[in-house]
Design a protein around this ligand. Structure first.
Ligand code: EPZ
Length: 429
């Protein structure tokens, strides 16, 4: 199993290209199930989750091929995938695949819309909480699906097709919004989704679905309206930049000091996180093609932050902010309001000398001068990268074990950080 060795104490200076967003690329790939024509996705990050979803889609009969390099492509552009679901040969998404990546549960809505049936394994619990799927099922039932749970599988059918409905989600769910939005594109009549997720990735998927012929309005607000159409067509779409990767590197630079240009980043995708960094004393400037993050000399002020659905501070940056606040001149509080158990990094950060106490959903983080490298264990994707940030500002060597979590969501992490002066290497085997 690969490990990553980091020797802390180096400032970061240079440029980091921001990749396409994992959390948009996955539902965009899934939306290919809605059409028999080819969907071409550009700027897809080369990640373990993308490879796994390729296998899951292949099991339904979908061809996913890598488009060759083009002369016009910019050097930092991610991979281009040509995805074709001409014939769906299997409407079952099996446990061994779905249990490895929750987002694959989102094939349920598109399979139902296209084939009138689907059998998709329940994803099960995961490291960051129980993560139920009741909102997905409620939304699809409202569209007329018959749903039963059998042997750990959701067995859904809509023999006469799905029908538009007025759906109010009692809680904001990114996944349920994606799942129901995709299904509703081919339901008869109008669907209105209230209390829908407003995340930029939902907007990106809606824009791609519009290119495919779907009639969607209101994506990015809490009310999305969809007028069903008979069929969707092929399209070409570029995945938006990854706001979580952007925020992660911004926090890494804020922690080490230095100045890094995050090329291709879009500040409007992470205003809440940038505001928190500014209030901590980090300089953020917006350029023509990205964001420059600098901290030179000045100390870091502590912050009090709660995670919230977009446009609030993202749960996917909570662990990274906690690592940053280990270096603040004072005590910060960070409340996790989205997932009930997203603090696995706390115990690992403590191994580096962090002083963090937990009370319910709130972590109290006391800044310290003395972080010292140690062996640590990656637990989930964002927790793992918080360990990388903490290691960059710890004295001596940190060995991060189980880095396959990082490979799920951070493209070329060591390469990007090394280019900016970090001492970080991957040790294979
Ligand atoms: C998406 O997960 C993201 N995943 C997560 O990113 C992200 O943390 C999360 O949204 C919140 O922003 C992808 O986009 C692939 P939710 P999702 O449904 O859709 C509860 C990462 O690190 N809920 O918005 O699964 C749920 O338990 C990942 O990249 C229900 O109660 O999250 C949670 O408390 C991790 N019933 C809250 O809603 C449901 O049916 C929000 O979850 C669904 C969700």
């Amino acid at each position: 199993m690969d490990r990553i060795r980091i020797v802390g104490g180096h400032r970061l200076n240079g440029t980091i290209p921001i990749s396409g967003a994992k959390n948009a690329a996955l539902p965009l790939m899934i939306s290919s199930l809605l059409t028999g024509e080819t969907l071409v996705l550009e700027n897809v990050p080369n990640l373990a989750d993308v490879a796994l979803l390729t296998r899951i889609l292949a099991n339904h009969g979908v061809d996913v091929t890598l488009e060759g390099k083009r002369k016009s492509a910019k050097p930092a552009t991610g991979q281009t995938l040509r995805i074709n679901a001409a014939e769906i040969v299997d409407t079952t998404a099996p446990y061994d695949l779905v249990s490895r990546m929750r987002a694959s549960f989102w094939v349920l809505g598109p399979l139902l819309a296209r084939c009138g049936e689907a059998r998709v394994s329940l994803p099960g619990g995961c490291a960051i909480g129980t993560r139920p799927v009741d909102l997905h099922l409620m939304g699809l039932e409202a569209l007329g699906a018959d749903i039963a749970i059998d042997n750990g599988y959701v067995v859904a059918s809509a023999k006469d097709g799905l029908k538009g409905a007025h759906i109010t989600f009692e809680k904001v769910s990114v996944g349920a919004t994606h799942n129901v939005m995709m299904a509703a594109t081919m339901a008869k009549g109008e669907t209105v989704m209230e209390n829908a997720a407003r995340e930029p990735e939902v907007v990106d998927v809606a824009e791609c679905l519009q290119k495919m012929g779907a009639r969607i309005s209101g994506a990015g607000t809490d009310t999305i309206r969809i007028l069903g159409v008979d069929r969707l067509i092929g399209a070409r779409h570029a995945v938006l930049p990854d706001r979580i990767e952007t925020g992660t590197y911004a926090m890494a630079v804020a922690a080490t000091g230095g100045s890094v240009h995050l090329a291709g980043a879009q500040p409007r995708l992470l205003e809440a996180a940038l505001d928190v960094l500014r209030s901590a004393g980090v300089e953020i400037s917006e350029t023509n093609d990205g964001i420059t993050v600098s901290r030179n000399g000045a100390g870091l002020r502590p912050v009090d932050v709660e995670t919230a659905p977009f446009p609030g501070f993202p749960t996917d940056l909570q662990a990274q902010l906690m690592a940053l606040m280990l270096k603040a001149d004072g005590t910060s509080t960070i409340a996790e309001k989205i997932f009930e158990n997203r603090f696995m990094h706390v115990g690992e950060l403590a191994r580096l000398g962090a002083d963090i106490s937990l009370d319910g959903d709130t972590a109290t983080v006391r800044g310290t001068e003395h972080l010292k490298g140690a062996p640590v264990m990656a637990t989930d994707l964002r927790a793992s990268v918080s360990l990388v940030i903490a290691a960059l500002v710890s004295e001596g060597e940190t060995m991060v074990n189980r880095v396959y979590h990082l490979d799920r969501g951070f493209e070329r992490l060591e390469e990007k950080l090394t280019a900016c002066g970090a001492d970080i290497v991957r040790l294979s085997g």
